[in-house]
Design a protein. Structure first.
Length: 445
C-alpha cells in the first residue's frame, strides 16, 4: 500500500520505517530540509536503537522516501498519517497548530480518496476538527473528494520504539467506517498478527484511550513514589513492598519502580493535557492533579537528600557533585522533562557545582545549559575526580555494576545517592559507602 507520513519525529519515523519494512511504499514529509537531506543519506536525526539500520535498508530498497513537499508525498497515497508534534502550552493544554496546519495542507493537496490517520497524541475532539479543516480546504478549491479521518494513537516507548511498533500489545483504531477499519487492520496485520489485537472503537474513545493509558501508567509511578516516601518515614523498604504488591496479578510488577519521578515527552505532557481537558468541561480531576503534583515533588527528592546530607558540613555551596545520567531514562538521548535537569537546577541554585556524564545525552544538555555551575564530561569516571559525592539519576546499564573501588578512590569521600535503586545497600555499605536511595532509610539513619 502507499502511505504518506507527515512529521519525522519519533512516532513518524519509526512508523514509516516499520511500515516500509513490511513492504509498503512510504513517503515521509517534513518541513525541515536539513532533516530530509540527512534521512535521504540514511542518517537518523534522533537516537533510537535499531532505527537507523531500518531506515537505511528501506531507503536503499526504494520503499522509504523523504520530501519537504506534501503534494509529492500525498501522490497515490491511500493513507496520510499525521505524526507532528503537539507541544504543551504554559497552561498545560496542547498546542495543535502543527496538526491543524497539516490537516489544511492535506485538504489543499490530496488528489484522491484518502484515509487521514491521526497518530499524534491529541485531545478528544481533534479528529472532528481535522475533518472540518480538510473539508474547508477542499471546498475552497471546489474539490468533491472523499476522505475519512481515523484516530490511531501510538503507544511506543523511546528506546524500545522499533520493537514496540513491531510487536504491539494492541492497535487502537478509532473509526465508525467498517471499510476503513478493515483497511487499517490489513495495514497492521503484519504486526498485530492476532486480529483481536486490533481494537476498533469510536474516534473519541480512541483519542481518550491514549490519554487514559499514559495517565494510568503515570498514576502507578506517582503511587509507588508516594509509597516509597512513606516507607522511608516508617522504616520499611519499598523494594520489598514492590515485590509484595507486584506478586498480586491484579497489580503486577511493571511500572511500579520508584525513582526520581517520570519525565520524557509523554507522561508529564499528557497528564497535564487531560487535566486541562477535564477542566474545560468543568470537571475537577483530583486524582490526576495529585499524580502531577507528586511527580513534581519527586523530581527533587534526591536533591533534597543531597542537601540534607551536606547540611552538617556547611551546606552544598562550594561542593562538587558527580552525576551519572542526564537522559529522562536509559537508552535515549532525550532530556525533555528529565529529573536530572531539575536536580542540577536546584543544586546549582544553592551554589553546588555539578560534573555530569551521560552515555548519549551529554551534548543535548551542553547545548541547553548556559547558566554555568554544570560541567558535562565525556567519560563516566572523569565525572568523579575530587567530587564530594556521586548521584546516579538514570538507569543506564553501564552504571549498574561500576568499579566501586575506583569510584571510592576518585571521590573525595565515599558518598553515593542512588535515584534509581540500582545497588544492593548491603554491598555498597561493604565497599564503605554512605548510601542513600529511594524508599529505604539509609543504614546510618
Ligand atoms: C511512555 C509510554 O510508556 C508509551 O506507551 C507512550 O507511547 C509514550 O510515553 P516513554 O516516555 O518513552 O513512553 O517512557 P517510559 O519508559 O514509559 O518511561 C516514562 C518515565 O517514567 C521515565 O522517566 C521513567 O524513568 C519513568 N518510570 C517508568 C518510573 O519512574 N518508574 C517505572 O516503574 C517506569
Amino acid at each position: 500500500m502507499n502511505l504518506c507520513i507527515v512529521g519525522t519525529g519519533y512516532v513518524g519515523l519509526v512508523s514509516a520505517a516499520c511500515f516500509a519494512e513490511t513492504g509498503n511504499n512510504v513517503c515521509c514529509v517534513d518541513v525541515n530540509p536539513d532533516v530530509v537531506k540527512m534521512l535521504e543519506a540514511g542518517h537518523v536525526h534522533i537516537y533510537e536503537p535499531g532505527l537507523e539500520e531500518l531506515v537505511k535498508r528501506n531507503t536503499a530498497q526504494g520503499r522509504l522516501t523523504f520530501t519537504t513537499n506534501i503534494k509529492e508525498g500525498l501522490k497515490n497515497a491511500l493513507f496520510a498519517f499525521i505524526t507532528v508534534g503537539t507541544p504543551s502550552r504554559p497552561d498545560g493544554s496542547c498546542d495543535l497548530s502543527f496538526v491543524h496546519q497539516v490537516a489544511r495542507d492535506i485538504g489543499q493537496n490530496m488528489e484522491d480518496y484518502t484515509i487521514v490517520v491521526d497518530k499524534s497524541t491529541v485531545p478528544v475532539g481533534t479528529a472532528d476538527k481535522v475533518r472540518e479543516l480538510i473539508q474547508e480546504e477542499l471546498a475552497k478549491r471546489g474539490a468533491a473528494l472523499e476522505f475519512d479521518v481515523v484516530s490511531n494513537p501510538e503507544f511506543l516507548k523511546e528506546g524500545d520504539a522499533v520493537s514496540d511498533f513491531m510487536k504491539p500489545d494492541r492497535v487502537v483504531l478509532g473509526t465508525d467506517n467498517v471499510r476503513t477499519a478493515e483497511l487499517m487492520k490489513a495495514l497492521y496485520a503484519p504486526f498485530a498478527r492476532s486480529r483481536e489485537k486490533c481494537i476498533v472503537m469510536g474516534v473519541r474513545s480512541a483519542e481518550m484511550t491514549k490519554y487514559a493509558a499514559n495517565c494510568m501508567l503515570a498514576t502507578k509511578i506517582s503511587f509507588i513514589n508516594e509509597v516509597a516516601n512513606i516507607c522511608e518515614q516508617v522504616g520499611a523498604d519499598v523494594r520489598d513492598v514492590r515485590m509484595g504488591i507486584g506478586s498480586d496479578s491484579r497489580i503486577g510488577y511493571s511500572f511500579i519502580y520508584p525513582g526520581v519521578g517520570y519525565g520524557g515527552s509523554c507522561f508529564p505532557k499528557d497528564v497535564k493535557a487531560l487535566i486541562n481537558t477535564a477542566r474545560q468541561y468543568d470537571y475537577e480531576p483530583q486524582l490526576l492533579a495529585s499524580v502531577d503534583d507528586v511527580n513534581d515533588r519527586q523530581k527533587l527528592v534526591l536533591a533534597r537528600k543531597i542537601e540534607a546530607y551536606f547540611e552538617a558540613q556547611g551546606g552544598v555551596a562550594g561542593k562538587t557533585l558527580a552525576l551519572w545520567g542526564l537522559a529522562f531514562k536509559a537508552n535515549t538521548d532525550d532530556i525533555r522533562e528529565a529529573a536530572a535537569l531539575k536536580i542540577v537546577e536546584y543544586l546549582v541554585g544553592k551554589g553546588m557545582t555539578v560534573r555530569a556524564f551521560d552515555p548519549v545525552a551529554g551534548d543535548n544538555v551542553s547545548k541547553l545549559w548556559t547558566a554555568g555551575g554544570l560541567d558535562v564530561v565525556d567519560e563516566q569516571y572523569a565525572a568523579l575526580d575530587g567530587a564530594h559525592a556521586l548521584a546516579v539519576v538514570t538507569e543506564w546499564n553501564q552504571f549498574r555494576t561500576p568499579d566501586f573501588r575506583r569510584v571510592k578512590k576518585l571521590l573525595r569521600a565515599p558518598v553515593l545517592f542512588d535515584g534509581r535503586n540500582l545497588y544492593s545497600p548491603t554491598l555498597v555499605a561493604e565497599e564503605g559507602f554512605a548510601y542513600f536511595c529511594i524508599g529505604r532509610r539509609a543504614a546510618a539513619e
